[in-house]
Design a protein around this ligand. Structure first.
Ligand SMILES: Cc1cc2nc3c(=O)[nH]c(=O)nc-3n(C[C@H](O)[C@H](O)[C@H](O)COP(=O)(O)OP(=O)(O)OC[C@H]3O[C@@H](n4cnc5c(N)ncnc54)[C@H](O)[C@@H]3O)c2cc1C
Length: 485
């Protein structure tokens, strides 16, 4: 391998470095999967990760004998390749787990996925009649176009059921009204469901509607999703790949639509330049555009500026009590609290909580970077979480033993009215690059699950090995990924 000498930016420091086949930005699921594929095929690859831990948003945080997932990561996929990769990475430590997830609304639990009879009995006779009447009404006078989330869901469930079970949670999540959220999100998440198919399914399970909605069990690593990606990183290194932690890509130098090298900055603030033939980027696409040098054209910079992400905060608490409810997770629709979702990690995997007499919960709040919630002090956030938990009677503040706050910026790409056009402009520009491929959820600004993110990493690596995959077709089938025939 050719060894070259490159000068460090703005200093006289000279750093010897090797010319790699591929440099990958980010050691999340997509970056690691791409690195593994390349290393397996004897390509030299180096992954730069700005954090201390691998796994990206799918990492697991260990705290006082408990394991906390940032969110709650179910492993499910229709891809044979991804399944094989997960299975061979963890083997027997990849557990099959039962799922119980419910909606909490008006001090009652409702099944999620929604079961019509459970919903109608739970809401009482008057609301049930209103729901049925509104369903009949929408069937006679449906929205003519289904551009927004509200139109899409109302056409399938009626306006009243939409208002009851979809509106509050969705607006907590996205922070914008449902009539500003694009229908694609609904189509990806709840395709195949309608009130009629749900009723048929409840009456004739197995026979009717064919949509045995949303899986009742899922796979999960013994100690949370981070375990999967830590093992994957270990395997990449065993195969000869390198992973440099706490090293951020700060500049991407290019000429004639070819990336020549990248400048990285380590935790000590030292800058170095690395060169390679190919580059895969899983950093947020907005950050990628901003780091290009020379700068991208004005139109592309504006398009990147106008893409928005929703962030979230998870308040991780340990309670001195055995589990207060049986659910794996709960969607909190109750409008009287800001709390959006509760993860109960002992139910995700019994190994997540070492002491059986304790409970580890993730109290999730959706917000925007820099808003009031985002800027609250950690102690105040923990207090807010515990108070709201007690208010909706799902836990006692007095049982609090310990906790911490994790802020997750840019967790959800927002499918607002302008995003498609902005992505089109950015893609048109990035497509011109000969050796730079964006991958992953944030890298491509797509509502990708782990399997989709992994597939983009694998396909991009295959392209380097000679294939001609169109990475943008991943997760574009509009079919709900949890739908089971
Ligand atoms: C709340 C929540 C729940 C979820 N639940 C599920 C689920 O149940 N099932 C499922 O399959 N998926 C789920 N997902 C999606 C899943 O988390 C993502 O698909 C997956 O983590 C994306 O992987 P990635 O590699 O594309 O990006 P990331 O996980 O974000 O990894 C990117 C990495 O790049 C690093 N990076 C960024 N910028 C730089 C830079 N300049 N230099 C160096 N490194 C950089 C980051 O630190 C990060 O480690 C969930 C997501 C969220 C937010």
């Amino acid at each position: 391998m050719l060894t070259i000498l490159l000068a460090v930016h703005c200093s006289l420091f000279i750093v010897p470095c090797s010319l790699m086949d591929t440099i990958i930005f980010g050691a999340g699921p997509s970056g690691l999967a791409g690195a593994r594929k390349l290393a397996e095929n004897n390509k030299s690859v180096i992954v730069f990760e700005k954090e201390k831990q691998v796994g990206g948003i799918s990492k697991t945080i260990e705290f006082k004998g408990c394991h906390f997932d940032l969110g709650g990561h179910r492993f499910f996929t229709k891809s044979k390749e991804v399944n094989e990769l997960w299975n061979k990475t963890l083997g027997k430590d990849f557990l099959k787990r039962p799922r119980l997830s419910r909606i909490y609304y008006r001090n009652k639990f409702f099944n999620y996925p929604i079961k019509p009879f459970n919903a109608l009995f739970g809401l009482g006779i008057i609301d049930s009649v209103k729901i049925l009447a509104s369903y009949v009404k929408i069937k006679i006078f449906p929205y003519k176009e289904e551009k927004t989330f509200e139109q899409w869901v109302s056409n399938r469930f009626g306006k009243k059921l939409f208002d009851t079970f979809f509106r509050t949670y969705t607006e907590k999540l996205w922070g914008i009204p449902c009539d500003e959220i694009q229908a694609e999100w609904a189509a990806q998440r709840i395709k195949g469901l309608s009130l009629i198919s749900a009723v048929k399914n409840a009456l004739f399970p197995g026979k009717s509607g064919k949509v045995k909605t949303l899986i009742e069990e899922f796979k999960y690593p013994k100690y949370g999703p981070g375990m999967m990606y830590e093992k994957m990183a270990e395997n990449v290194e065993k195969m000869g790949g390198k992973i440099l932690m706490e090293t951020e890509i700060v500049k991407i130098n290019h000429t004639d639509f070819k990336v020549e090298n990248v400048m990285v900055k380590d935790s000590a603030g030292q800058e170095k330049i690395y060169q390679a033939d190919h580059f895969l980027s899983s950093m947020p696409i907005t950050a990628l555009i901003k780091r290009l040098s020379p700068a991208a054209p004005e139109e592309v910079l504006n398009a990147a500026h106008n893409l928005h992400y929703r962030s979230f905060i998870t308040i991780s608490v340990i309670l001195d009590c055995p589990t207060p409810f049986p659910d794996t997770w709960i969607y909190v629709h109750s409008p009287e609290v800001k709390l959006g979702r509760i993860q109960n990690f002992k139910r995700w995997s019994p190994y997540m909580v070492a002491d059986k007499n304790k409970t580890a919960l993730g109290l999730e709040y959706f917000c925007s970077e820099g808003d009031e919630l985002w800027n609250m002090k950690d102690a105040d956030l923990i207090n807010l979480g515990l108070e709201e938990l007690e208010k909706i009677k799902l836990g006692k503040k007095a049982d609090f033993a310990d906790g911490f706050v994790a802020r997750v910026p840019k967790a959800y790409p927002v499918y607002d009215a302008g995003y498609k056009q902005n992505i089109k402009i950015i893609r048109r520009y990035l497509d011109k690059f000969k050796n730079l491929q964006p991958i992953g959820r944030y890298g491509m600004f797509k509502y990708n699950n782990m399997d989709h993110s992994i597939l983009t990493g694998l396909y991009a690596a295959e392209n380097i090995l000679g294939s001609r995959n169109d990475i943008w077709t991943v997760n574009a089938d509009k079919e709900y990924h949890e739908e089971k025939k």
